[in-house]
Write a protein of this length. Structure first.
Length: 471
């Protein structure tokens, strides 16, 4: 038998009784609880009940406390804790499983030798009680294999269906998996009621925690808001908001809430302090509008919150100084001079990805900047600068002459070497614009709407109506 070492429990023998405060005695009992875990079936907590005293702040040392105190010291200094194994005596393995853990005790003739408990994984927690109890048996055999191999032992469980584990047929995957691990052992399985299997049952249960106090920080802003609502202006605002029809406002603890979120009145320094905390503090990290709003709306509310947050972030100096733009720098807009004659200055654009109509899938829109009149030229899917130059000479130059300038959206075809050389030989100056210029874009929309009205049922016939669209 393993007895507690006297030198390790000297403090228990010379424990003073009346000189200790109640809180000091309870702190010593935490050590007692740790050492009594394997002795719980043999030492009941009623021994400590009178010793701990009542929940009141006044602690008196009476006769019951003196008797419990003496009995507790005797238990700590004389009671055997664990036994050494004797291989001439059969082993007994007591197992139990709860919803979250398993508990196992190895003993001989009622004296505990070893014990352990393991937490179950989420998958095993969702399993049936039969599978959990079977897991407790296999885990115990695997852990104490050096004790149990080659000897006959007894397994005690509170799952009655496990009595026939070795004799019944294996029907489930768990039985087939674990039955092979138990074939090399010689043991019997006995059933015991759950209320009688207290030792292993305690090990499989989580310790009951005692909540003594809860502390949380309270911002000074709350006190300032409570003082504001006690003023005449604050009372009028509370009455006005609560009396609204279908309101989500509520007033409790001297604070006004909107849908369980704290309402912040129109007090500039309080709103600025909140915005600074949720945007510019190290925990907020100068995040963007969406992230800042997501944190704000979880706890606060006031009208125009998004507008105020956007303005605050836009005016935040560290954000402006340290954050980089995620887009290319914009160039200065170049104003286009107003033309003085018809068809001297043109704009061009393409309408692409149309349904094939007589071999054409692209419409080339050429528009006069002064009169806003346009020509629509149908093109195949693949075309080159040479092809465009020929069509331009036939369709445009034949009717209006060679223009002085053409504005395009920097299409690769218009930037081709041959295209530039062609216009250079003709004396035409080639200009470029941004991807969106209102003149041709508006004409494109009108042309698309016109063709859609006549060819919606048969889109591949748009080429037949293209020449009519110019009128």
């Amino acid at each position: 038998m393993c007895l507690p070492q006297p030198e390790s429990h000297t403090w228990a023998i010379f424990w003073k009784k009346a000189q200790w405060l109640q809180i000091q005695i309870k702190s010593r009992l935490s050590y007692v609880g740790l050492n009594l875990h394997p002795l719980l079936p043999y030492v009941r907590f009623w021994v400590l009940r009178d010793f701990i005293g009542s929940s009141s702040s006044t602690f008196t040392w009476n006769t019951n406390a003196e008797e419990a105190f003496t009995k507790l010291k005797n238990i700590l200094t004389t009671t055997p804790v664990l036994s050494l194994p004797n291989f001439a005596i059969p082993f007994v393995v007591e197992t139990n499983a709860s919803n979250i853990a398993i508990g196992v005790v190895l003993s001989q003739e009622g004296h505990p030798i070893a014990f352990f408990s393991n937490k179950l994984c989420q998958k095993m927690q969702a399993s049936s009680a039969y599978v959990k109890e079977m897991l407790a048996i296999t885990e115990a055999v695997k852990k104490w294999r050096h004790y149990l191999i080659g000897t006959h032992f007894t397994v005690i469980t509170d799952q009655q269906s496990l009595k026939g584990l070795l004799t019944n047929a294996c029907h489930t995957p768990e039985q087939q998996k674990w039955a092979t691990k138990l074939l090399e052992y010689s043991f019997d399985i006995r059933y015991r009621l759950g209320r009688q299997n207290q030792t292993a049952d305690f090990l499989s249960r989580p310790p009951q925690s005692l909540l003594l106090a809860i502390s949380s920080p309270i911002p000074n802003m709350f006190k300032e808001l409570q003082d504001y609502y006690k003023t005449k202006k604050g009372e009028e605002e509370v009455h006005r908001l609560i009396s609204l029809p279908d309101t989500h406002y509520s007033f409790h603890h001297d604070l006004l809430y909107h849908a369980q979120r704290l309402y912040v009145p129109s007090i500039e320094h309080i709103r600025s302090a909140i915005l600074h905390e949720f945007h510019a503090s190290p925990t907020a990290g100068h995040s963007g509008i969406k992230a800042t709003m997501a944190r704000l709306v979880a706890s606060f509310f006031w009208p125009g919150m998004y507008r105020d947050t956007k303005r605050y972030i836009k005016e935040c100096l560290p954000c402006q100084q340290n954050k980089s733009l995620h887009q290319k720098p914009c160039a200065l807009l170049q104003p286009i001079p107003i033309p003085t004659k018809l068809w001297e200055e043109l704009t061009t654009n393409f309408i692409t990805h149309l349904p094939s109509s007589f071999g054409h899938t692209v419409i080339w829109v050429v528009c006069d900047r002064l009169s806003k009149s346009a020509h629509f030229i149908a093109l195949p899917t693949s075309f080159t600068a040479n092809h465009l130059a020929n069509r331009f000479s036939i369709e445009i130059c034949r009717l209006h002459g060679v223009p002085k300038s053409i504005i395009s959206d920097r299409d690769p075809v218009f930037q081709g070497r041959f295209w530039k050389e062609l216009f250079h030989l003709q004396g035409t100056k080639l200009k470029f614009s941004t991807a969106y210029h209102p003149q041709t874009e508006v004409i494109n929309r009108c042309l698309e709407a016109y063709l859609r009205c006549f060819t919606s049922e048969n889109p591949r016939t748009w080429y037949r109506y293209l020449h009519l669209a110019e009128f």
